[in-house]
Structure formats: C-alpha cells, structure tokens
Design a protein around this ligand. Structure first.
Ligand code: SAH
Ligand code: SF4
Length: 337
C-alpha cells in the first residue's frame, strides 16, 4: 500500500513488520505530514532502509503554470499515465490547495473542461493527498486550507474523499481544522446525507448553477435524475446534523443564468436554507460556447440577492491567466480533448 493511503495504525503495523521500533512510524509520519519531506535521503534521523521502504509520491510533476497573482497550478502524471491538476492559491497568511478527486469526471457539465473527456478513473486517498505534498514543495508554503474543487466529483468517489478529509484534519497528519476544508459537489443527495452522518465539521459546497430544474438539466446532464428539491433537503439535513452553513455555488454564465429572473429565483431558494451564496465568474473554456458575464451583470446579480437578505459573495477569480479553472491545464496540454 502506498504511504499516503495508510492510516497511522496501518503505518505502525507496516513499520513493525520491518522489525523497527514503533517510534520510527511516528518519525516517518512527522517527516512527511509535518515537514512535507518526501525524499528518503532527507530523513536524516531514520535508518536508510526504512526511509526508502515506502513509496511516498506515486505521481510525478508533468507541468506547472504560474499566475501573476501567485497562484500555482501543477499538472501531475499518475503511476498509470493519467493526468490530473491541482492548484495552490496563496495569500500573505494562508495557502489554499484545490484538489482533484478523479481523473476526468462523469457528470458532463456543459461548461466544464474536466467534463469533456468523461471519467477516466477514481483517485485513491493517497493520490488526492500527494497533491498537497507536490504543491507545498513547488511553492515552499505549508497548506492551511483545502478545497475539493479540482477535477472530478468528490462524492462520486466517496470513500477516498472521506479518507483524504480525515488525513487532512487528523492532528497527527496534516492537522488542518475541519472548518478549513470544503468539499464541493455537483449535488448528489444520497452521498450528501451520508456525509452529514460522518463526524466531520467541514464546509459543504453545492454547485447549483441554476435556480430551476429545466435550466439545471441543460447545464448539468447528470442532474436530470436529481430534482433541486432533493438536493435542498439533503443540504438541510447536512445543516441539521453538522450545524455548518452550506455554501451554494453559482457559476455565472453570460446571458444564460445571470438574468434578474434567475437572481430572484435563486434568492427564493437560498432564503429557505442557512447558507452562503458564492457567485463565481465563468472562466471561459476554449472549445465551449459559454462566456463570462460582464462585471455589471455580476454586480447586479449579487445586489439582487443581497437585497433579499441573502449572504452573497463574489468569488475573486484567481489564476485565470494560469488556466486555473478546473481541467484547463490538462486540456491545453491535450489538444485532442
Ligand atoms: N465536481 C465538483 C467539484 C469540482 S468543480 C463540483 O462540480 O462542484 C468546482 C467548481 O468549479 C464547481 O462549482 C464548478 O461548477 C466550477 N467550474 C467548473 N468549470 C468552471 C469554469 N470554467 N469557470 C468557473 N467555474 C467552473
Ligand atoms: Fe464534474 Fe464538477 Fe466539472 Fe461538473 S463541474 S463536470 S461535476 S468537475
């Protein structure tokens, strides 16, 4: 089993099997999780054979794009040649990583670069977590926040996603506060309810993108079988169980879902839940027919929601010049996709 796929208990047993003392497992975990070291040669207090025994990174760096605002996007090649992306968004105090959970995605959202090639495969928990290690080394920063908003639908790869969240929030591993971890989903009611029952006070973000089923079906083909009402009641269940306000994400697509009628309908929906609405300005994808809304349309949309008493934020678009929207770096390097 790859190092990052193991729980600390599994690591302890694996170390014990080599005949080493139990404290060696703690030392190893400290190098990797606390110090972010992946090179066995740098693990100076460990016997060389033990340090070299575990495969810490199974993927290799295959590309990098730096944005003028400091955002760094990495393209990683997995052991079987599949390629995924991950991003680090720095501020002075914080470093937010944006992680992929699948190579590709089966949901086929009409506006999304990742959806174009369909689902290739699920990532393991370790493959999700090694993105953090690659980003930390590439940027010389320690992760403070994690969002599951890269390639793939996290809740369609439920077990690996939850195992990765547990590693991120385990004080003996990455040690992030659960409040600083956000899982974004296209809106799968069954897995949302299951997540509500895990003891994980993370933030749940639901990609709504449309205030009615007809428009939502056009934008998110996978939503055809999932009426908005079912998503909203699952979101309510998550709030009731966890006491954490849900985030509704809404990508504004010029002249598609950015109209005053849509804003009023969204305000009605949002008013029923304890939630924050995040408006995201669309980052155009070269082969797709959608465009970014004007700044004026974004402001007007946000103001309409705010007037109805909705907590609304316009998400600052970072890294747009580094193909930072999901799936875009891979797409650029794969002209056939
Ligand atoms: N599959 C999950 C998480 C990954 S996508 C989900 O859909 O929620 C993370 C967010 O980025 C989603 O809200 C998605 O709709 C949005 N997104 C995808 N492509 C985009 C683009 N080109 N510009 C802006 N946002 C985009
Ligand atoms: Fe998949 Fe999310 Fe992209 Fe939709 S927006 S295709 S669910 S990654």
């Amino acid at each position: 089993m790859a190092f990052l796929d193991m729980t600390l208990e599994q690591l302890s047993s694996a170390v014990a099997e080599t005949g080493e003392k139990p404290f060696r497992a703690r030392q190893l975990a400290e190098w990797v999780y606390r110090k972010g070291v992946t090179d066995p040669a740098a693990m100076t207090n460990l016997p060389k054979a033990l340090a070299e025994r575990f495969e810490i990174l199974t993927s290799r760096l295959a590309g990098r794009a730096d944005s003028a605002d400091g955002t760094v996007k990495l393209l990683l090649e997995l052991s079987d040649g599949e390629r995924i992306e991950c991003v680090l968004i720095p501020t002075e105090r914080f470093a937010t990583v944006c992680l992929s959970t699948q190579a590709g995605c089966a949901m086929g959202c009409a506006f999304c670069a990742t959806g174009l090639g369909g689902l290739r495969r699920n990532l393991s928990a370790g493959e999700i977590l090694e993105q953090v290690l690659h980003l930390q080394s590439a940027c010389g920063r320690k992760v403070t926040h994690a969002v599951f908003m890269g390639m793939g639908e996290p809740l369609a790869n439920y077990d690996a996603t939850v195992a990765a969240v547990r590693a991120l929030t385990d004080p003996a591993r990455f040690g992030l506060s659960a409040r600083r971890v956000t899982v974004s989903t296209v809106g799968l009611p069954g897995p949302i309810r299951r997540l509500a029952k895990e003891n994980l006070p993370i933030t749940l973000a639901i990609s709504l993108h449309a205030p009615n089923d007809a428009l939502r079906r056009e934008l998110i083909p996978a939503a055809a079988k999932v009426p908005l009402e079912r998503i909203l009641s699952a979101a309510q269940e998550f709030y009731d169980a966890r006491g954490r306000e849900v985030t509704l994400e809404y990508v504004l697509l010029g002249d598609v879902n950015d109209t005053p009628v849509c804003a009023e309908a969204l305000a009605k929906i949002a008013g029923r839940l304890r939630c924050n609405v995040n408006l995201i300005r669309y980052n155009p994808v070269p082969s797709l027919p959608f465009r970014s809304p004007s700044g004026r349309a974004v402001r007007a949309f946000a103001e309409r929601l705010a007037r109805r008493g909705i907590n609304v934020h316009v998400r600052r678009s970072r890294g747009a010049d580094a193909d930072a929207a999901c799936g875009q770096l891979r797409q650029r390097t794969e002209p056939q996709a």
